[in-house]
Every structure is written in C-alpha cells, then in structure tokens.
Design a protein around this ligand. Structure first.
Ligand code: PGA
Length: 250
C-alpha cells in the first residue's frame, strides 16, 4: 500500500492524470494507492480518481458528526465526499496543533464508525530515539495503547486500521530511518497489535523521507507493507518510482 500525504499542498490535478492511470494498473497487481489531498481539493481529486481504483484519503477527521465545531470536518462528511481512508494522529498535528492521544482515540473511533479505514501514525521524536531503541519501542507502544484504547470491537476492524511508523526525526528531513531499524519497529508494532488487540496480519507502513531511490529498501522488507509518503508524493514522476518499487516486491 502506498499513501500520498500531500499535507498543505495542492499539486495541479491535471498533472496527475497520466500517473493515476499507471497507479490504477498497479491495483491489478494488488497494490493499493491512496491520495490524501487537503480538504479543499477532495472534490477535484475525487473526480480525477473516479473509477480508477486509486483511493481518496483525508489527512484528518473530527470526532463529532456535526454541530458547532468551527473549522472541523466529520468522518461522516468525508465519507459522503468519497473518502475511504483517513490519516489520523500525524506527528505534525500532534506537535503543532496539540493533538493528544485521547483526541486521536476519539478520531479513530469516529472514522471506523463512518466506515473509513484509519491510518494511525505513531513514532518517536529524536530525544526519545537518542535514548535507544528500547525507549523508542516503549514510546510507540504507549501511543498505540492510548490511541486504540477501548475501541469498540477492534478485533473485527481488520483491515479497517493500518499503522504507519513515522519516526518524527525522519519526516521531511531527507534522513530516513535505516530499513533494518524501520523493519524491526514495524515487526514490534505488529506483535503488539497482534497480542494486545488480537488483530492478525496488521499492515504497517513506513513513513519519513521515503523517495524513489530508497522506497524499495523499505518496501522489500517482509515486515513493512508499504509507505506513507509526504514530500516525494507531490511529483507524479517521483511517486511513480516509489510505486514501481512496490510493484517489484510482488
Ligand atoms: P516525508 O513525510 O515523506 O516528507 O518525510 C512523510 C509524512 O509526514 O507522512
């Protein structure tokens, strides 16, 4: 699975026409591609993706259905706009907007209720990582436990929740994690989700400075099921290189 997180950028939809056709062809090989544009571009990108098999995703959801919540957009509204996936708990929201695990927990519950697949982002920052791998694992475990706490019938949600391991220090820095360390953490996340939440075959993506050159090193690991891509997802030709690396794994 490849998820394009366009963040607060709107690449012209017309530039993506040919790329969407190529991504659609990969769908036949079992590779799911999701494009997550800013809210204001959802309609335009939905039209572009129509009947291509490439899925539409949102970068966030709000947990209430409707009401006096200025600036927010509910999971249900997104579902009605053709959205099937939602990135939840991205570190940029945790850091810059004060999003807490409690808020993320509510967002996941509302996304699942609306029928969206939640892409839950977890990952340690550099201060935690400096304390070593065990500290990073403990940090990520704590995030997972809080973010997924008490979700109604989480066992039956497969494949409605996907985790993305995104070490904060690797995001947008041009310095990705090593494929070996990322794979180890992905394996650790799978173990926790399996034992604690009894979700078998849980998909874990890696995100953080993935590009056309290094994507294969991550995606080829059996523990890593795909990539969540920020900067390199803004240019169709670069994203297609990443998609080609995913295709080569099959
Ligand atoms: P990046 O971002 O690929 O630009 O590092 C990844 C993300 O934030 O999801």
């Amino acid at each position: 699975m490849l998820v394009a997180n366009w963040k607060m950028n709107c690449p012209p939809a017309a530039d993506w026409k040919a790329a969407v056709k190529k991504l659609a062809a990969l769908k036949k090989e079992g590779i799911e591609t999701v494009i997550c544009p800013p809210f204001v571009s959802l309609e335009k990108i939905a039209a572009l993706l129509k009947e291509s098999g490439v899925k539409l995703g949102a970068q966030d959801v709000f947990w209430e259905k409707s009401g006096a919540f200025t600036g927010e957009i509910s999971a249900e509204m997104l579902r009605n706009a053709g959205v099937e996936y939602a990135i939840i708990g991205h570190s940029e929201r945790r850091r810059f907007l004060g999003e807490t695990d409690e808020m993320i927990n509510k967002k996941i519950a509302s996304a699942l209720k609306a029928g969206l697949t939640a892409i839950l982002c977890v990952g340690e920052d550099s201060s935690v990582r400096r304390r070593g791998k065990k500290a990073a694992e403990k940090f990520v475990k704590n995030q997972l436990e809080k973010d997924l706490k008490g979700l109604p019938d989480v066992k039956s949600q497969k494949p409605k929740i996907i985790a993305a391991y995104e070490p904060v220090w690797a995001i947008g820095t041009g310095t990705p994690d090593t494929p070996a360390d990322a794979a180890e953490m992905a394996g650790f996340i799978k173990e926790i989700l399996n034992s604690k939440f009894r979700i078998p075959n849980f998909s874990v993506l890696y995100g953080g400075s993935v590009n056309g050159k290094n994507a294969g090193d991550f995606i080829n690991s059996p523990e890593i099921d795909g990539a969540l891509v920020g900067g390199a997802s803004l240019k169709p030709e670069e994203f297609l290189k990443i998609a080609a690396a995913a295709g080569a794994k099959r």
